[in-house]
Design a binder for this molecule. Sequence first.
Ligand SMILES: [Zn+2]
Length: 114
Amino acid sequence: MHLMKNFILIKKTMSKKILKNDKYKKARGGYSRLLQICCEKCGEEICLYQKDGPGVIKRMYIDRMIEPKVSVSNKNLECPNSHTLGVKYIYDKENRPAFRIFVAAITKKIIRTG
Ligand SMILES: [Zn+2]
């Protein structure tokens, strides 16, 4: 019981630290969710992801990908089992590197809101 409580506390503190609070977050209403992103086909974890504001994930900004389990330096975003999930491009409006995510290529689980 005690251990569980401590664990949750540590987890909360850690994810609070990872969530970025910057102009991108402000431009999207000032709130974020921390998501765990997995491959839809095989379920392998890709990364944690800070999703700013409402709406579905159509692109993943590279500066919001936390602890990626796969390379983000290639043109394609691939899961550890080589399923292609998206293609790198620059999001014009913010001149910000991102992956355009294919429809239904990923699944997400909410880790934390804030
Ligand atoms: Zn996969």
